[in-house]
Design a protein around this ligand. Structure first.
Ligand code: MIC
Ligand code: SF4
Length: 650
């Protein structure tokens, strides 16, 4: 039978289960990536597994998120990461070398392979024909230990691109259009596979922008074919030998086909506070802008930054605008420095941040109260910028550059200048001196563990019955940024007790004290949520910190993929409301009992929630694979591994 490209690559890596959409399958992972904010915990977990050396073809640890370093914590993490990488066979991309996804695409990604990364934007690798999936740090640690990665065999949706992008419209507008069609929820278990003649008109960095931000739809990943454009990109990166041609069969059958004519697209924006709220730039034009931030793993390729530099050449930043640039990689910024484009940007009045996530994660450049900030990044969740009252609009580099000049949201087609077409250079500057290879003599490596490095906390087996209190009831679309903020709080990623104090800080600052009190009284904490709970990042701390606080179950109307896996890995049971009315009726502070939860999960029987405050009871759902049940019954993945090891020894 004719196959999609997704099927071809997944089947080539299948080690468990049968390829059939909806089934649980296990795949072999060829490459892993971690970044510092999730990586420190992932390597602590990897160490706890007692494996001597990573078993993947290639594993890379990037330092790109926590680079502001106020206080000793981040520097301690970086030092630990450098030691642990050298010791266990991992490459280390040092702070200053760039953002994980961009550097991985430039220097490591290979068509036809699998990549698992402890960051939700790992699908950027789909731009090069790689099945690249975001996951929690523990799942990445397992992949480094040679274990398969388990996922639901996806439904494959074809996005058929025709036509060609018009001047001042770029790849960001394509993915914003995709978000307008698919939204941010209801796409769990799908892969977006791009094809059609329009693909040939897009370079690899443009495809990577589209694949990167597909994460906002909640899909498993996005995938482009590997063709002559891919070969060209790898050639200019000095890696043509890594190229291979990959395409779906011409008569492959997809679960759905969506057509997008690139010629018809116009500049778009995601309006506050969700990447799924799409408007045309025309609809927003004239709005005063206070800040423009260009960069992030979505939009800081050579093409993107050159388009900005050429548009702004000879112009000055508008007096009411603060203009920030955080380049995505050392390679790109060095190219711009050598060809003079960086000088043009500096002459404009740009404020240069280092080659890192920077403003995107809210640990710098928080805008003013009530700001209108135009950003080329991928997420505009409430308060992610560090300023709760700020309004963040996600736009293309072209639209961002236009606002730098005019101080207002402006359709870049109205600038009255000719569109700078940027050609892929014949060669990129290749200098991997900021990527440290693993040690030749791993035994001699001393791993430094500063006071910020704690041990990964262990969860407990799920009890016979849950008896607790609804500590918090939240609405639809709660992202991991709502559950546990990043930004200035992110420096506590390796210190779970300290980080837990910020749980639900944006939504309800009283959560921590209430949860402590409930835990202290010997009762369980229970979270109640609406649709699409756990959107956004892969941060396992959104499960790890609740676990530490004694949360035993989350009852939601629906969950997103990575967060569900993280909850299970840390022994928290994800349950779903069967009736909308049950969600509507339940209140914060209600006492709940879930009798026989352990037994029911084991035997697959109906699970009843008794609301003893309201005197009601109803059935809730749980969609758990055999493997997920095993993990939960053991009390989380680390306990399961430990139990298995004890059994093997005896
Ligand atoms: C993000 O963009 O939200 C992050 C910060 O990169 C996260 C990872 C993290 O929280 O460390 C992600 O996308 O997974
Ligand atoms: Fe970094 Fe932002 Fe990309 Fe996350 S989305 S990896 S914070 S640049």
């Amino acid at each position: 039978m004719a196959k999609t490209l997704t099927q071809k690559i997944l089947e080539g890596h299948l080690v468990a289960g049968e390829y059939e959409p909806g089934n649980e399958i296990g795949i072999r992972i060829d490459q892993t990536l971690t970044q510092d904010a999730t990586g420190t915990m992932a390597y602590l977990q990897f160490e706890a597994m007692g494996v001597n050396k990573v078993k993947t073809d290639n594993s890379v640890s990037f330092i790109d998120h926590n680079t502001v370093q106020i206080g000793f914590e981040n520097a301690d993490d970086h030092r630990y990461l450098q030691g642990v990488a050298a010791r266990y066979g991992v490459y280390l991309s040092r702070a200053g070398n760039g953002i994980c996804h961009q550097v991985h695409l430039e220097r490591f990604g290979r068509p036809g392979t699998t990549l698992l990364g402890s960051d939700s934007h790992t699908p950027t690798g789909g731009g090069i024909g790689q099945i690249a999936i975001g996951a929690g740090g523990l799942d990445v640690a397992l992949a480094m230990a040679g274990e398969p990665f388990f996922l639901t065999c996806p439904k494959v949706i074809r996005i058929n691109l025709t036509g060609r992008l018009q001047p001042w419209v770029s790849a960001k507008d394509v993915i914003l259009k995709v978000l307008a069609i698919f939204g941010t929820k209801g796409n769990v278990g799908c892969v977006l596979e791009y094809g059609g003649p329009g693909v040939l008109t897009l370079t690899v960095p443009e495809r990577a922008t589209i694949a990167n931000m597909g994460a906002e739809c909640g899909v498993t990943t996005s995938l482009f074919p590997s063709d002559e454009e891919t070969r060209k990109f790898l050639r200019v990166q000095g890696r043509e030998a890594n190229w291979k041609e990959l395409a779906p069969d011409t008569d492959a059958v997809y679960s759905r086909v969506v057509d997008i004519n690139l010629s018809e697209l116009v500049p778009l924006a995601a309006t506050p506070h969700s990447p799924g709220n799409i408007a045309t730039v025309r609809e927003l034009e004239g709005m005063k802008v206070t800040q423009v931030c260009i960069g992030s793993c979505t939009n800081s390729s050579y093409r993107d930054l050159m388009v900005v530099a050429k548009t702004l050449k000879g112009k000055k930043v508008h007096p009411n605008v603060s203009f920030i640039l955080a380049p995505g990689s050392k390679q790109v910024v060095e190219m711009l420095a050598r060809n003079g484009a960086l000088a043009d940007l500096i002459a404009t009045g740009v404020r240069l941040e280092e080659n890192a996530c920077g403003f995107c994660i809210g640990n710098s450049q928080s805008p003013q109260t009530d700001a209108v900030s135009l950003r080329t990044s991928n997420r505009n969740f409430l308060a992610r910028s560090g300023t709760k009252s700020a309004n963040i609009y996600l736009v293309s580099p072209e639209t961002a550059a236009a606002a730098v000049i005019t101080g207002r949201i402006t359709d870049p087609r109205d600038l009255g200048i000719s569109y700078p077409e940027i050609e892929m250079p014949d060669a990129f500057i290749i200098d991997d001196s900021m990527i440290l290879p693993p040690a030749d003599d791993p035994g001699s490596v001393d791993i430094c563990r500063g006071p910020n490095i704690g041990a990964p906390p262990e969860s407990e087996p799920i009890p016979e019955r849950v008896a607790g209190v609804v500590t918090i009831k939240v609405v639809d679309n709660i992202t991991t940024d709502h559950i546990i903020p990043a930004g200035a709080r992110m420096k506590y990623r390796s210190n779970i007790p300290a980080y837990s104090e910020f749980l639900f800080e944006i939504v309800d600052p009283g959560f921590y004290n209430r949860a402590m009190e409930i835990k202290g009284s010997g009762r369980d904490n229970i979270i109640v949520a609406g649709l699409s709970y756990g959107q956004g990042s892969s941060r396992e701390h959104a499960a790890l910190c609740p676990m530490f606080m004694g949360v035993k179950a989350v009852i939601a109307r629906s969950f997103e993929r990575i967060h569900t896996a993280n909850l299970i890995n840390f022994g928290i049971v994800p349950l779903t409301f069967k009736n909308e009315g049950d969600y509507d009726a339940i209140q914060e502070g209600d006492s709940l009992e879930i009798p026989g939860i352990r037994e029911r999960i084991g035997d697959g029987g109906a699970l009843i929630v008794m609301n003893t405050t309201q005197g009601t009871e109803y059935e809730v759902g749980y969609d758990l694979s055999g493997r997920a049940k095993e993990i939960l019954l053991a009390g989380g993945m680390l306990s399961l591994i430990r139990n298995k090891r004890v059994q093997e020894k005896s």
